[in-house]
Design a protein around this ligand. Structure first.
Ligand code: BYC
Length: 482
């Protein structure tokens, strides 16, 4: 009997989907497994494959107490296939099939569209592990190193989640797509990852925290939309992935918060009031606030691109078909079809930025992006509270959505972080005031000295308020030379 709450760890591939009774899929996944392990060894955390890491592993899909903590070597992590329990009699919650029973199998007419969504989602997961693979070597503490590795193994598990869907529901082309997911590489010339932000570098820990704050939050929004899917297996797998995703955003938010806190405290202690006196602040061994703002500008704008074009027939088709819904679709009070509604979209009209009412169906990417922006803005306010409490006069802010875009309405224009359009020459002269410059990068890199003594932290970041799994401050989260 399949236990849909608890995970069976006696099997080679832990799962709550009754894999042992599904010989065809089990065999396909067992065939994929060695390639996955090779990928992990080649592209997973560089230099720490033998270290013992204090990791959580999912043992159940019950939101209360699903994780067990223990020391694990990462290649021995029990990546599993975990779906949230089925909702009895679940109905398709939006689109033209609204109210029909949710699909337990792939609806034939939407096969290609569904496969594309699953493949794009799957492609981002290993990409982020590749982007972050070198960061273990400069971790500011064992606590942070452990969090990085936790994020990495869970992104690996999210890849498994999508590969399971491909193998189980898409037959031969699903198997081929699953192979391709192991073949593409972040930043590669010949076989890059599918979405822009996943081919960028994550050069240092501040970028890692920005990535987990901004890009993982895109992950949250996209997973929330896919969790609404009328294709029930996708909905269930995304619902469980969201449970894990919360920790990734926690890592980002607390990471940025601790960096900001340390900078402000160091400035106060040294009597430095002027936040623009970058040289004086940097001499304290901390990252100046204007540079943190530039990193924020970069990662927010890269993450906005992940929502696709503001006006998109792909998005309309996926919604109509019942495959990808809105953020918290079931909590929205309307007809869930959007056939006659409009939604305001920021566009370039006659060389100016203006709000234009577009059909709500084609504006779904914009709507999700707006939900995302609101979520990001709340986090930025929490950073501002930290700054305020230390008495330093500075505020962080999200840049305008027209700033530094490569996808959508504003990809062909240049704008300041507050949304004033400018020509190419003015942009070129000012670029380094808005985005991290080469010398900002060099300065941050100079601070990235590894700290591996339990309970100690690099100069540029404050310790966390509490430990993982309530462990004490000097807990040895990673036994490096195990
Ligand atoms: N880069 O109608 P359009 C996560 C392509 S993150 C490159 O504008 P659509 C995670 C698009 O593919 C969440 N290409 O957009 C986070 C299309 O190409 P084709 C990942 C792009 O389709 C951290 C063309 O432009 N999940 O989980 O409505 C760590 C026109 O497309 C980009 C998902 O994204 C881009 N940025 O929306 C680990 C969910 N944007 O088909 C993990 C699944 C667009 O004409 N994906 N294009 O050749 C989707 O829902 C949608 O495909 C997108 C794009 C939101 C990505």
């Amino acid at each position: 009997m399949t236990d849909i709450i608890n995970v069976d760890y006696r099997e080679t591939i832990p799962n709550n989907v009754g894999l042992s009774e599904d010989r065809r899929v089990l065999k396909a996944l067992e065939g994929w497994h060695p390639g996955y392990l090779n990928w992990w060894k080649d592209m997973g955390p560089d230099g720490f494959q033998e270290a013992m890491v204090y990791l959580r592993t999912a043992v159940s899909v019950d939101p209360k107490g699903w994780a067990k903590f223990d020391y694990v070597r990462m290649p021995e992590y029990r990546w599993g296939i975990l779906l949230a329990p089925p909702e009895p009699n679940r109905k398709i919650p939006f689109g033209k099939h609204f109210g029909e029973p949710a699909w337990q199998d792939v609806p034939g007419e939407y096969r290609a569209m569904l496969r594309r969504l699953v493949v794009i989602q799957g492609d981002t997961e290993p990409a982020s592990v590749e982007q972050q693979r070198h960061l273990g070597k400069t971790a500011p503490s064992l606590y942070d190193m452990r969090n990085l590795f936790q994020v990495n193994v869970e992104e690996g598990r999210h890849l498994w989640a999508m590969v399971y869907i491909l193998h189980k529901y898409f037959g031969r082309d699903g198997r081929e797509e699953a192979e391709e997911l192991l073949r593409r590489r972040s930043g590669s010339e010949d076989a890059p990852r599918m979405l822009g932000a996943f081919n960028e570098k994550t050069p240092d820990w501040l970028s890692f925290f920005m990535f987990t704050f901004f890009t993982d939050r895109d992950g949250k929004m996209q997973l929330e939309s896919l969790a609404q899917s009328g294709f029930d297996p996708l909905s269930r797998t995304c619902r469980f992935m969201l449970t894990e995703e919360a920790h990734h955003m926690f890592v980002g938010e607390t990471g940025i918060g601790r960096t900001v806190q340390r900078t402000c405290e160091a400035m106060k202690a040294a009597g430095v009031e002027d936040t623009d006196d970058v040289a004086k602040v940097r001499a304290l061994g901390v990252i100046d606030l204007p540079t943190i703002q530039k990193k924020l500008n970069l990662h927010y704008s890269l993450s906005l691109d992940l929502f696709g074009s503001e006006v998109s027939t792909n998005a309309a088709n996926a919604f109509n078909a019942g495959l990808k819904g809105r953020f918290r679709e079931t909590a929205i009070e309307d007809d869930h079809k959007l056939e006659n509604d409009t939604y305001p979209v920021l566009k370039l009209v006659g060389g100016k930025i203006a709000s234009v009412d577009e059909p709500a169906l084609t504006a779904l990417n914009m709507r999700l992006r707006d939900d995302y922006t609101r979520d990001c803005a709340k986090g930025v306010e929490r950073f501002n509270k930290i700054i305020e409490r230390t008495g330093i006069g500075f505020r962080l802010a999200l840049p305008h959505v027209a700033f530094h875009r490569q996808i959508g309405e504003f990809k062909d224009v240049r704008a300041t972080p507050v949304g004033v359009l400018m020509d190419e020459a003015t942009w070129a002269r000012n670029r380094d005031r808005y985005l991290p410059s080469a010398s900002d990068g060099e300065f941050i890199a100079s601070l990235m000295k590894p700290v591996s003594e339990p309970g100690k932290f690099a100069s540029w970041i404050s310790p966390p308020k509490v430990g993982i799994d309530n462990r004490p401050g000097d807990f040895e989260y990673v036994k490096i030379a195990a």
